[in-house]
Design a protein around this ligand. Sequence first.
Ligand code: ZN
Ligand code: ZN
Length: 239
Amino acid sequence: MPELASSRIRAAVKDTARAALDLLFPINCLGCGKEGSVICVQCAGNLPRLERPYCDICAQPGIDGQCEPCLEHPNEIDGIRAPYLFDGPLREAVHRLKYRGWKAAAPVLGGLMADYLEDRKIPGQALVPVPLHPRRLRGRGYNQSHLLAKETGKMLDIPVRQDLLVRTKDSPPQVESTSSEERRANVAGIFQASPEARGTSVILVDDVTTTGSTLFACAETLKDAGAESVWGLVLAMDS
Ligand SMILES: [Zn+2]
Ligand SMILES: [Zn+2]
């Protein structure tokens, strides 16, 4: 891991230790069990990376150029990028962040995203977290994608714009639909963009992607509203 990267993760690990106080119990590394962070500096360096080849558009691994679904159904998104595969301690960390209230995982996971974004230089003036439907937001109390975008934005000094995209319809959870057509149909027409999206270049932020359908729907909505470029950045690809 480069020097800068590991110092960022080190700082995030310290943040986690502070945030852990909110959980009222110690946090241990999900990789090695060491106390202090959801993923320690050492284990962060050993997470399984998504390496090329992968689809230029949806980041599906093992494909050179564009995968068949992306060729058959061209989408407005400029591309999705993911530093990691959804596996091992990272999978567990995301699960805890999403479903078990472990907001303390956000600084380290956001740090991993910041390291990647800084290296790859995906163009974007603003980070736009994939919005949750207000009902789901009330249930969970927070949007994990917003937490990740906030941490990443803070580290790289990129503004987070939650106002550019809202979710107007709830969609059934992705796991319930099987085919990629079904998933695309599920998320069509559920987002709404602000007129302020016109002329902006944005990076959508989400925790995980499988087929990319949610990010595709967001990108289409933003491009319809006049956004100049829309990239997607997710922590991990679940293929
Ligand atoms: Zn560890
Ligand atoms: Zn693809």
